[in-house]
Design a protein around this ligand. Structure first.
Ligand code: GLN
Length: 288
């Protein structure tokens, strides 16, 4: 039988050999998943022997990882805005860069004095954006929409995990379609829509292309097909003075500014940069 420490060393070696960027971190994450403990507690098991069954499970996970399956899908959860979320194959994996602008959204929502804030997360995926806003800002009542049924089910599961399901509804919908005929206007809308150009698909890392859902990434020839719809259709679903925050590619920043000017329904507020100091999200306000 192998000690946990030895199993970890073996895992680090293998992950290094297959070119994983953070082998020590990933080895810890895989071990924590096998041991059923938090990653920060793995060292408490250092001198324990790893049961045969668990070692087998670790080897199976390492094999999958070596094939290129994203670590998030293997361990089945990921942290976003300091909160734990389930993730699963078929649903877009939350990105660190998204946190940069979601932090700003949370700050703006916290400034609002209304007793209730209606928030819509368009293309919610695993629900991380809307749910972290709802978790950190108790006045938020969240509607999450997505065309993928898997995403809706996962978002619901995540709302329950955070214990805020009574303030959250998730609906299968193509953007705002499901609200047609309803008398609803949002205080704010947030979205990490697909924004990759069709022609850039081949340039994406294998790990993304082979395992993440295409419909969460691709958005036509210039990657702006969904963002254009968000700006156009969103205007009918956001209160005057309400906010729209959405993620995009840094190279799309200028084009988006032009789209905003063309429409005249939005006041451009600011652009938010990611950890690489690149323009990653834009904030606009529905004109009064
Ligand atoms: N470039 C982003 C990524 O792969 C695309 C995300 C998106 O389309 N929303 O992480």
């Amino acid at each position: 039988m192998l000690q946990v420490r030895e199993a970890w060393k073996e895992a680090v070696g293998l992950l290094k050999r297959v070119g994983v960027v953070s082998p020590t971190r990933e080895a810890r994450l895989l071990l924590s998943s096998v041991l059923g403990t938090d990653p920060s507690r793995v060292h408490l098991f250092w001198d324990f022997s790893l049961e045969e069954e668990k070692l087998k499970k670790l080897h199976a996970l390492l094999k999958e990882r070596a094939r290129g399956v994203p670590i998030q899908y293997l361990i089945g959860e990921w942290e976003f805005m300091s909160l734990p979320f389930y993730v699963e194959e078929g649903v877009f994996i939350p990105r660190l860069d998204t946190e940069c602008w979601v932090e700003e959204v949370i700050l703006s929502l916290k400034k609002a004095s209304a007793r209730e804030l209606l928030l819509c997360d368009v293309g919610c995926g695993s629900g991380v954006i809307g749910l972290s806003c709802a978790f950190w800002v108790p006045q938020v009542k969240l509607y999450g929409v997505d065309i993928s049924e898997r995403a809706i089910a996962l978002s619901e599961k995540n709302a329950c995990r955070l214990g805020i399901e009574n303030r959250c509804s998730f609906l299968k919908s193509d953007l705002f379609e499901v609200f047609k005929g309803q008398n609803i206007l949002f205080d704010a809308v947030v979205s990490n829509p697909p924004y990759v150009k069709t022609g850039d698909w081949e340039l994406l890392p294998r790990e993304i292309r082979f395992y993440e859902p295409r419909e969460a990434l691709l958005a036509g020839e210039d990657g702006l097909s969904i963002i254009r719809r968000l700006l156009l259709e969103g205007a009918s679903w956001i209160k005057k003075g309400g906010l729209l925050f959405f993620e995009h590619d840094p190279a799309q920043s200028e084009l988006i500014r032009k789209e905003i000017e063309k429409l005249e329904t939005w006041e451009y507020l600011y652009t938010i940069r990611d950890y690489a100091h690149k323009d990653r999200a834009t904030a606009v306000k529905r004109k009064e």
